[in-house]
Design a binder for this molecule. Structure first.
Ligand SMILES: [Zn+2]
Length: 162
């Protein structure tokens, strides 16, 4: 009781609204009790959070597949089955090939993956694609270059330095 009233008094200088909200307001984080650490009866909150996260992964994978299929249906009118989509819920990633083009959904951003446009090696993610013109850009004028081909092409040096 004594600790509680001291914390409330201290907090009233900088947190008027919070303290005024009720006589049983929770002590602010600057109270000594909060800083010395609360070792509560139940210390398994980390395990519970991690367990909840792991249990959510199958749902996340299903959502990723559904989102990628929906985005592609809206954009290309292609009917993509969820089973054909690879999903990695730890990385928030879904990938599928459509007519030889690899589409990738990462954290709600859709992009295509193409190799270096000069030597054909590597995998490069396009800028995020939200519209049909943006998809068209990624398919044509977007020309990914690997580090080797960027160095070998003098016309790119100015771009790199600007
Ligand atoms: Zn290259």
């Amino acid at each position: 009781m004594h600790m509680h009233s001291r914390a409330a008094t201290h907090g009233s200088r900088s947190r008027n609204t919070a303290v005024r909200s009720g006589h049983n307001a929770t002590p602010v984080l600057t109270s000594p009790a909060a800083l010395t650490g609360n070792s509560g009866d139940d210390t398994r909150w980390r395990e519970r959070a991690i367990s909840a996260y792991r249990q959510s992964l199958p749902d996340v994978a299903a959502r990723l597949r559904a989102e990628l299929a929906a985005r592609l249906a809206a954009l290309t009118a292609q009917n993509i089955t969820a089973e054909s989509i690879y999903a990695n819920s730890e990385e928030q990633l879904a990938v599928v090939a459509v007519d030889g083009m690899v589409f990738r959904l990462r954290r709600h951003e859709l992009m295509i993956v193409r190799p270096c446009s000069v030597c054909g090696v590597g995998q490069f993610e396009s800028p995020a694609i939200a519209t049909l013109p943006e998809l068209g850009h990624a398919l044509t004028d977007w020309e990914p270059r690997c580090a080797h081909c960027t160095e070998a092409d003098p016309s790119n040096w100015l771009d790199l330095e600007s």
